[in-house]
Write a protein that binds this ligand. Structure first.
Ligand SMILES: Cc1ncc(COP(=O)(O)O)c(C=O)c1O
Length: 433
């Protein structure tokens, strides 16, 4: 199989002897049903809140208890059907062993797929487990990635330290320089890897444009959508092949568990599943229960996050101590016109820069009563941190400034507290530094 650029794993590997129309395509020709075999109603035409509450959630058929019971088991009874599923290669569609699949994982996966408008989803024990399994599933030995130069640190460490051991390489580019992105593609490039909204300056990438580049070059587009959720934009529908989430953030939304997810076509998610089995990053049934409960309120939580974040961003923007504010729905944001056209919800992340540099920023954090000083994001409580001593501590101050992260930069994950209370708290804290 020859191509000008790129080698799409799964389209050619091990199948070169097949006639062209018999290679993998995005439409599975296999007769088995797509997705786990639990019987679920189709909520794809429903609104976000309806799908978030009902999709995938299964009442207990024995007791009639409302909601998915916790199937706290490591293993399942084997019968002819289970043996057949192993033999014929559809073990992902039957319950065999909880690392392979569990009703609590399936409930979540069905809900996530419905929210994203995707065919399939997989949940993981962390966002990093989801990223590792997905990237490794889409890459062959010796392959190359074109990735954002502003990645989450854990992803950067995976790319920088682990991938080279498999002779894989990465070119890092400005996530909004589309010409540079296309120019960085090499004959062995298999993936474009970007984050929907960068950390901490919230640069919004144009997913449709990235998708066109990926399609033109016959490579796959993987987007980390952690800072945005399907309530803001459905990244797979916008053209990404796979969207990955650290569900430890908005999807679960209560800062009480670590989880990850990937959503996309059944074919690609099927390709990720063996890596989930191999690396072992499966999500425990009890954690699934908590995650499912959190996900049910995603739509109303996101509306509350956006409402408080927008009001707080507008307040901060006019404060004399504040130099700059980054929030996608502010007119002053460099990507505001893209944000207004593609985002149905601006999310709850704000970053801003104050006079007096990091010393003043540290003092401000100590004066705040409502936001807690902690890393992470997306929970119902506001969290505040400084990139210079947390997420970007591994960079020199020169490197940080090259990325646009200046002294005095503060990252704020706005919770669902009342906007007036948050504004009053920032008012007193800004006035006391
Ligand atoms: C954008 C992004 N992606 C991935 C991750 C990793 O997720 P987890 O901590 O759930 O492994 C994080 C964690 O902060 C993140 O911010």
């Amino acid at each position: 199989m020859t191509k000008e650029h790129g080698l799409i794993k799964g389209d050619s590997v091990g199948q070169s002897a097949l006639a062209p129309d018999m290679r993998w395509t995005s439409e599975l020709k296999r007769t088995r049903q797509a997705g786990p075999s639990q019987i679920h109603k189709d909520w794809s035409a429903a609104g976000f809140s309806t799908a978030a509450v009902h999709a995938g959630t299964t009442d207990d058929p024995i007791s009639g208890a409302v909601g998915t019971p916790i199937y706290q088991t490591s293993t399942f009874l084997l019968d002819d059907e289970q043996y057949r599923s192993v033999e014929e290669g559809y073990a992902r569609d039957r319950f065999i062993y909880t690392r392979y699949g569990n009703p609590n994982q399936w409930a979540l996966q069905t809900k996530l797929a419905a929210l994203e408008g995707a065919e399939s989803a997989l949940v993981f024990s962390s966002g990093m487990a989801a990223i590792t399994a997905t990237v490794m599933a889409m890459m062959d030995k010796g392959a190359h990635i074109v990735a954002s130069n502003e990645l989450y640190g854990g992803t950067y460490n995976l790319f920088n330290q682990e991938l080279p051991t498999l002779n894989m390489s990465v070119s890092y580019v400005d996530p909004r320089d589309y010409e540079a992105i296309e120019a960085a593609i090499q004959p062995n490039t298999q993936i474009l890897y970007f984050e929907a909204l960068t950390n901490p300056l919230l640069k919004l990438v144009d997913i449709k444009r990235l998708s066109q580049i990926a399609k033109r070059n016959k490579i796959r587009l993987i987007i980390d959508g952690t800072f945005l959720t399907p309530i803001s934009c459905r990244i797979v529908e916008m053209g990404a092949d796979l969207v990955i989430h650290s569900a430890s953030k908005y999807l679960n939304g209560h800062s009480d568990l670590i989880a990850g997810a990937v959503m996309g076509s059944r074919k690609l998610v099927d390709m990720v599943w063996p890596r989930l089995l191999a690396y072992g990053g499966s999500l425990d049934p009890h954690a699934c229960f908590l995650f499912e409960r959190g996900l049910k309120t995603l739509a109303i939580r996101m509306a509350a996050h956006e409402n408080s974040a927008l009001q707080l961003a507008q307040y901060l923007e006019q404060h004399p101590t504040v130099k700059r504010v980054f929030y996608p729905l502010l007119e002053s944001h460099p990507d505001n016109s893209l944000a207004v056209s593609v985002l149905k919800n601006g999310g709850g992340m704000i970053s801003f820069e104050i006079m007096g540099g990091d010393k003043a920023a540290l003092k401000l954090l100590k004066c705040l009563n409502i936001p807690k000083q902690a890393t992470s994001l997306g929970g119902v409580e506001s969290l505040v941190s400084l990139p210079f001593n947390t997420s970007h501590a591994g960079y020199t101050s020169k490197q940080r400034q090259d990325m646009g992260i200046n002294p005095g930069c503060i990252r704020l994950s706005v919770g669902i507290e009342d906007a007036a209370d948050l504004i009053n708290d920032f008012e007193q804290a800004l006035n006391s530094i």
